[in-house]
Design a protein around this ligand. Structure first.
Ligand SMILES: [Zn+2]
Length: 675
C-alpha cells in the first residue's frame, strides 16, 4: 500500500488526509521526502547548464515540496495532539532535518551558482520580488559561513557547535534550579492567599511529594503568591529564590556559561566580518542597527521610569501605613500593586467571564475581518486530526482564499501556549496555491452542553493568533520562502498585535460580548472598567522589560564582557534602575538570550512590534473609523499581502507614510502623562 502522506491528496481543498494517516506512516514518509530533497539539491548543484534564476533559485524554492507537505502535516499534529510515538518521532526528525539543512548551506557548488547569479543580478531582468528572493537566499548562505575557507570555516563550525552545547546546558541548569527549590506553607503561612492560589500550591505540594501546600518558582504560582501573600518575610524568601535562579553556585550555576556564550558570539560575528554580534543579528531585522534599537528603548525608558517612580511613591506609603519602615522592596511591589488595583479598578474575572463566549469571540474576529477585508467564513467538513478541530472556508466575493483551521481547547496532548502555523503556505510558483492556516489555543473546555467561556486575556489571544492567520491568508506572492509570516522577527508580530486592537473597539464588544445565559450585552460600566484595567501598572511592566532588553543589547554591542554580572550591574546603574524593580529576566536565567540564539540581541523585538501596532492602529483612529475602508485596503496592500517580498521598513513606510513613532505606544500604555 502506498504511504498516504506521499500519495496525491484527494481531499477537500487538498487538506492532509488525517483520517488515513497513521503514526507509522510519518517516519518512512520523512525519509522518502528527504531523499527526494537531496536528489533535487544535487540536480541543481550539478546542473551542467549555466545558472539561471529559474534553474537555481526557483528550483531551490521547489526542492522541498514533498518534505514541506509531510512536515506540515506532522508538526501540525505533533504540537497540537502529541503522544509518546509522536514525541519519539520529533526526536528522530530533529537531527535528520538539521543535518540536511547543514548539507545545503555547506554545498559549495550550489553556493557558487547563487553567487554567480548575485554578481550578475543587474543583467538578469529580474522582478523586484525575484531580486529580493535572490538576495535573501545568498544572505542565508553567507551568514552561515559560505564565504569562509580553511581554518576560518573550521573555527566557525566549532564555535557554532560549542554554542549549541552551552545553550542546552543553560536551559537544563535553569530547569534544575526551578525544580529544586520549594517552600512549604504551614497553616499560618496562608494569610491573604485566595482559594485558587492555595489550590495551585496544594497541587504543587503533591507534585513535590510534600505533605502540604508549597510555593515553587513556576511563574504561574510564584507571581500570584507575591501578589497576595500578606507575609512579607515569606514574600522576601520566595522572591530572593526566584531572583537567584541560575546563580546559586555549584553545578547548575549559569554565570560562567553566559560569559563563554558572549565570548563565542563575538568570535562568530568576527569570523563572518561583523563588528559586533548585535550588528550581525540586527542585519536581518527591521530595526537594522544597534543604535536604532537603543534609541527606541531609551525613548520608552524615560517615561516608563517616571511612571514607575510615581507608582513606587504610592506603594511605599501603603507599605508604611502597614507599619513597615524603610524602602519599598522588590518583594513588596506586586503585593501593594494588587491591593491598589482592587481599589482603583475592582474588576472581577468572574463578573466578566459570562460575557466572553468562545463562539461569539470567533464570530467577532470573523466579523472584523469581513468589515476590514471583505472576507467571508463558512464552516466546512474535511479531514481533521482531532474531534475538537473546526474548519472554515475563507472566501472573498465567492472566490476561494484559504482554509482556516481552529483548534481551541486545552488537552493533555497539546503543548502549552497559543500559536498560528500554516500546514500549507500561499505561493504561485507551482500553481495558484492557497494556504491552510491553523490557530491553536489552550482554552478551558466546558462541560458537555455548556458554552465555552474565555477570560479577557484569552479573547486577546484569540484575536492575536487570528491576526497572524490573516497575514498568511491574505498573502499574495510568488515564492513560498517569502510568503505570509516569513518576515523579520521584529516585524512578524505587527499583524497579530495590531489585530488585538479591534477586540477593544467598543462597538465590537457591544455586539459580540453578550451574556451566555441572558444574551444581554456587557454593561457599559463593566466595559469601561475592563478597558481601563488594561493599562494598569504599565510603568512597572515596561521598566522590568526594557531593562532586560537594554542589558541584552549592550551585552552584544561591543567586546564581550569578561564578567557579565558586573556589566549588567553597570548598565542598570547607568540607566538608574528603580530600587524596587528588577529585570524581568536577569542574566543567569535569561533563557531568551542564552538558551539559544533566537532572541539574543533580539529581546527588544516585543517592544518594537508594540510600538508599530500602536502606531499602525492610530492610522485608523486618525481616519476616525476603526473600520476605515481606505486604511484597511492600504494595510492589506502594503503589509498583509506582501509577506517578506519587500524590506519591512519599506512596507511600513508605504502603509503609514513614515516609520513608526513611540507616541501611540506611550499613550496606549498610559505613560504619556508621566514624561
Ligand atoms: Zn504572535
Amino acid at each position: 500500500m502506498t504511504n498516504p502522506l506521499l500519495a496525491d491528496w484527494d481531499t477537500p481543498f487538498g487538506l492532509p488526509p488525517f483520517d488515513q494517516i497513521t503514526d507509522a506512516d510519518f517516519s518512512p514518509a520523512v525519509d522518502a521526502a528527504l531523499a527526494e530533497s537531496r536528489e533535487n539539491i544535487a540536480a541543481i548543484a550539478d546542473n551542467p547548464d549555466a545558472p539561471t534564476f529559474e534553474n537555481t533559485i526557483e528550483a531551490l524554492e521547489l526542492a522541498d515540496e514533498t518534505l514541506g507537505r509531510v512536515l506540515g502535516a506532522f508538526y501540525g499534529v505533533a504540537g497540537a495532539d502529541s503522544n509518546p510515538a509522536r514525541e519519539a518521532l520529533q526526536r528522530e526528525f530533529a537531527p535528520k532535518l538539521s543535518a540536511y539543512s547543514s548539507e545545503v548551506s555547506e554545498n559549495k557548488a550550489l553556493f557558487a551558482r547563487v553567487e554567480t547569479l548575485w554578481a550578475a543580478r543587474d543583467t538578469l531582468d529580474l522582478t523586484d520580488e525575484q531580486q529580493r528572493v535572490l538576495m535573501l537566499s545568498r544572505r542565508t548562505f553567507v551568514r552561515s559561513g559560505a564565504l569562509l575557507e580553511g581554518d576560518d570555516a573550521v573555527a566557525l563550525r566549532n564555535v557554532k557547535s560549542r554554542l549549541s552545547v552551552l545553550g542546552t546546558e543553560f536551559t537544563q541548569n535553569l530547569l534544575a534550579d526551578e525544580r529544586e527549590w520549594f517552600m512549604p506553607l504551614a497553616a499560618g503561612d496562608m494569610d491573604g492567599l485566595p482559594d485558587f492560589v492555595i489550590a495551585t500550591a496544594k497541587a504543587a505540594g503533591k507534585d513535590k511529594g510534600a505533605d502540604g501546600p508549597v510555593v515553587t518558582l513556576s511563574r504561574s504560582l510564584i507571581v500570584p503568591f507575591l501578589q497576595f501573600s500578606e507575609r512579607r518575610d515569606l514574600r522576601q524568601k520566595a522572591y530572593e529564590a526566584w531572583a537567584a535562579r541560575g546563580a546559586n553556585g555549584g553545578k547548575t550555576d549559569n554565570r560562567a556559561l553566559a560569559a563563554e556564550t558572549l565570548k563565542l558570539r563575538e568570535q562568530r560575528a568576527g569570523l563572518l566580518g561583523y563588528e559586533t554580534f548585535a550588528d550581525f543579528k540586527l542585519e536581518t531585522e527591521m530595526a537594522g542597527t544597534p543604535a536604532a534599537v537603543r534609541d527606541l528603548l531609551m525613548k520608552v525608558w524615560k517615561p516608563a521610569k517616571a511612571a514607575a517612580e510615581a507608582d513606587a511613591e504610592v506603594l511605599k506609603r501603603m507599605l508604611h501605613a502597614d507599619g513597615w519602615d524603610g524602602p519599598l522592596e522588590p518583594w513588596d511591589w506586586r503585593f501593594y500593586s494588587e491591593k491598589r488595583r482592587k481599589e482603583l479598578h475592582d474588576l472581577d474575572e468572574a463578573e466578566l467571564k459570562p460575557y466572553l463566549q468562545l463562539d461569539r469571540m470567533i464570530e467577532a474576529s470573523f466579523a472584523c475581518a469581513n468589515r476590514l477585508f471583505n472576507l467571508d467564513f463558512a464552516p466546512i467538513e474535511g479531514p481533521i486530526y482531532h474531534p475538537d478541530v473546526r474548519l472554515w472556508e475563507v472566501t472573498r466575493n465567492g472566490e476561494h482564499i484559504a482554509v482556516f483551521i481552529g483548534d481551541y481547547f486545552a488537552r493533555g496532548s497539546k503543548r502549552s501556549g497559543a500559536w498560528c502555523s500554516a500546514m500549507r503556505s500561499q505561493q504561485r510558483l507551482s500553481g495558484d496555491v492557497r494556504p491552510h492556516v491553523v490557530n491553536v489555543c489552550n482554552f478551558a473546555k466546558p462541560a458537555e452542553g455548556k458554552p465555552a467561556l474565555l477570560s479577557y486575556d484569552d479573547a486577546r489571544t484569540l484575536f492575536h493568533e487570528f491576526g497572524h492567520a490573516l497575514h498568511q491568508m491574505l498573502s499574495d506572492v510568488t515564492y513560498e520562502s517569502i510568503s505570509g509570516t516569513s518576515v523579520a522577527r521584529d516585524f512578524v508580530e505587527l499583524p497579530s498585535q495590531l489585530y488585538e486592537h479591534w477586540l477593544e473597539v467598543p462597538e465590537v464588544l457591544a455586539e459580540f460580548a453578550t451574556h451566555s445565559e441572558t444574551g444581554e450585552p456587557m454593561p457599559k460600566d463593566l466595559l469601561d472598567r475592563m478597558l481601563a484595567a488594561t493599562t494598569y501598572d504599565m510603568g512597572f511592566q515596561t521598566v522590568e522589560y526594557v531593562a532586560s532588553a537594554l542589558v541584552d543589547l549592550e551585552f552584544h554591542n561591543g567586546p564581550a564582557p569578561a564578567d557579565p554580572m558586573q556589566k549588567q550591574a553597570e548598565i542598570l546603574e547607568d540607566i538608574g534602575m528603580p530600587h524596587a524593580i528588577r529585570m524581568r529576566h536577569a542574566t543567569p536565567h535569561f533563557a531568551h538570550v542564552f538558551a539559544g540564539d533566537g532572541y539574543s540581541s533580539g529581546y527588544y523585538s516585543y517592544m518594537w512590534s508594540e510600538v508599530m501596532d500602536a502606531d499602525a492602529f492610530a492610522a485608523f483612529e486618525e481616519a476616525d473609523d476603526p473600520f476605515d475602508a481606505d486604511t484597511a485596503k492600504r494595510l492589506e496592500k502594503t503589509v498583509l499581502s506582501s509577506g517578506g517580498s519587500v524590506d519591512a521598513a519599506e512596507l511600513y513606510t508605504a502603509f503609514r507614510g513614515r516609520l513608526p513613532g513611540v507616541d501611540a505606544l506611550l499613550k496606549g500604555r498610559g505613560l504619556d502623562q508621566a514624561a
